[in-house]
Design a protein around this ligand. Structure first.
Ligand code: FAD
Length: 477
């Protein structure tokens, strides 16, 4: 009799504890993935994620085929589909990796109860993080709410892990019931469709993850500490969508860093590990405080006088705010399904502080458009910027988008690429075109209000209003 391996956000074969346990059971393993449109409720994947998932399932199916197995894909309610499969195959156990989104945890609970009634065991093991949520607590036995002590604690215990091997030929069942073609799954009808060939930019799947890691180690790790802030440079790993879908385990990434990193990169390695640490921190926070997907971590932000200004929000989404670095980021996002981390911070700060639009609106747009959309990291990132998160940047630290542009895109390569209508402006005014005399603007073919928008808000005025709003929140009853 077989067992079922239920793939979720762990689309790989290497270093996957629950799959390893399924194989170790000695029973033939039926690998399956369920397209469940209803379980995530309000957090159904956005179009960019769906595009990624389709490619990733195709890659996983091929990897399983190489081992003479077949990935079974079905659509429907996860509990129903798994119960049907158990009936069809006589499987006596289901294995899967834990996932920490509130809806995923509820699903695990419902499924455990349902399978229990059928007399079928559910083995749900950790696999997507280095440290398991619930295991990392401070001296008082409580979750950490500040990153530095959290990471100090974890860093000192970073395991020298032995990675688990992928299943060999013969581990998967030779026969599986019929399913559907994973790559035939349609993208949701939405205004957002990939506008360029993302297939040339991204390679979803475990092989794509390994190539990204390899490129990073050889071309970007050295100097990562500084270059990671420069959006015109490919100075980061771009592993985030691969990590989100579990195409590579973070233990594997940490291990390769230890064994294969070039010499003289200790500082860079430490910084990179700390970024993986932020990923762990956000997941642990969401595990302990599941409401922070939409509610501010800090309660006093519930009375923040946001301005739900739909026009300003649309201008931000379209990359037409009149602030070049913000517009460049928003256009990069729409065109590629990705935005550089520094620019995510600048764009999120602009939306929440300059425009006072609720952070949840921005988080929702990122959810729809990012190939790495991840509930813990996305709400964590937005709450950090908006000042309402657990270990957040204080509200009064309001990025000046002109100075941020000058500092992190000093030669303007990033802005010129994404906002080509400003390309002919001299470096000194590229990040603040309105400061240039109309005659000089005209020489660069720029007519403010026609070829490129006037700034949506004045920085100094917006800053003062943001501080006032924050004060009003504090004095609200
Ligand atoms: P690298 O610099 O190469 O970092 C390696 C890995 O560490 C990343 O792949 C990622 O898994 C993790 N990491 C890096 N920076 C962070 C961070 N600040 N917080 C948490 N984990 C991090 N990341 C997502 O994965 N999904 C999201 O939906 C997401 N939304 C964000 C929203 C906002 C407003 C902000 C400010 C940040 C968000 N981030 C999100 C975090 C970060 O921007 C991305 O993880 C990073 O840009 C991915 O690029 P990279 O893989 O090249 O990063």
């Amino acid at each position: 009799t077989p067992v079922i391996y239920w793939f979720r956000q762990d689309l790989r074969l290497d270093d996957l504890p629950a799959l390893h346990a399924a194989v170790e059971s000695g029973a033939p393993v039926i690998p399956c993935f369920i397209i469940d449109e209803d379980a995530p409720q309000k957090w159904a994947p956005g179009n960019a994620s769906r595009w990624w998932l389709r490619g990733s399932l195709g890659a996983l199916a091929k990897a399983i085929e190489k081992r003479q197995g077949t990935l079974l894909v079905r659509s429907g309610c996860s509990e129903d589909v798994l119960s049907e499969l158990i009936e069809e195959t006589g499987a006596y156990a289901v294995y899967c990796s834990q996932a920490y989104e509130p809806w995923n945890r509820e699903l695990e609970e419902r499924l455990g109860a349902r399978l229990g009634r059928l007399g079928v065991a559910l083995h749900c093991l950790p696999g997507s993080l280095i440290f398991t949520p619930g295991d990392v607590l401070n001296r008082a036995g409580l979750p950490f709410k500040v990153f530095t002590p959290f990471w100090r604690h974890c860093r000192s215990q970073l395991p020298e892990s032995r990675l688990l091997p992928a299943p060999g030929v013969g581990a998967f069942a030779a026969q599986v019931p019929t399913g559907q073609d994973p790559e035939a799954w349609p993208l949701a009808s939405s205004s957002l469709q990939p506008v360029e060939d993302w297939g040339e930019r991204w390679t979803p799947g475990a092989d794509g993850a390994l190539s990204a890691l390899d490129r990073f180690l050889n071309e970007a790790l050295s100097g990562y500490r500084e270059d990671r802030d420069i959006p015109a440079v490919a100075g980061t790993s771009r592993l985030s969508p691969h990590l989100h879908w579990g195409e590579i385990s973070p233990r594997h990434v940490a291990q390769v860093l230890r064994t294969d990193a070039p010499g003289d990169t200790e500082d860079d390695q430490e910084k990179f590990l700390a970024e993986l640490g932020w990923r762990e921190f956000n997941q642990h926070l969401l595990f302990h405080f599941p409401h922070i997907d939409e509610q501010p971590f800090k309660d006093d932000f519930k009375s923040m006088p946001w301005r739900p200004d739909a026009d300003a929000f649309e201008a931000w989404k379209a990359g037409l705010t009149g602030y070049p670095i913000v517009d460049a980021g928003m256009r990069e996002l729409r065109a590629t399904g990705f935005m550089h981390n520094r620019v995510r911070m600048i764009c999120a700060s602009f939306l929440t502080k300059h425009l006072l639009v609720p952070w949840q609106w921005g988080a929702r747009w990122f959810w729809e458009t990012l190939v790495d959309a991840d509930l813990a990291n996305n709400s964590g990132g937005w709450q950090w910027v908006a000042g309402c998160g657990a270990d957040a940047s204080p509200w009064f630290r309001i990025f000046n988008p002109v100075l941020q542009g000058k500092k992190f895109d000093p030669e303007g390569a990033y802005v010129r690429h994404w906002v080509p209508e400003l390309a002919a402006l001299p470096d000194r005014s590229l990040h603040a075109p309105w400061e240039l005399a109309p005659l000089l603007l005209a020489e660069a073919d720029v007519v403010l209000g026609e070829t490129y928008p006037h700034p949506l808000v004045d920085h100094a005025t917006a800053r003062a209003q943001a501080l006032e709003a924050y004060h009003d929140r504090s004095s609200a009853p």
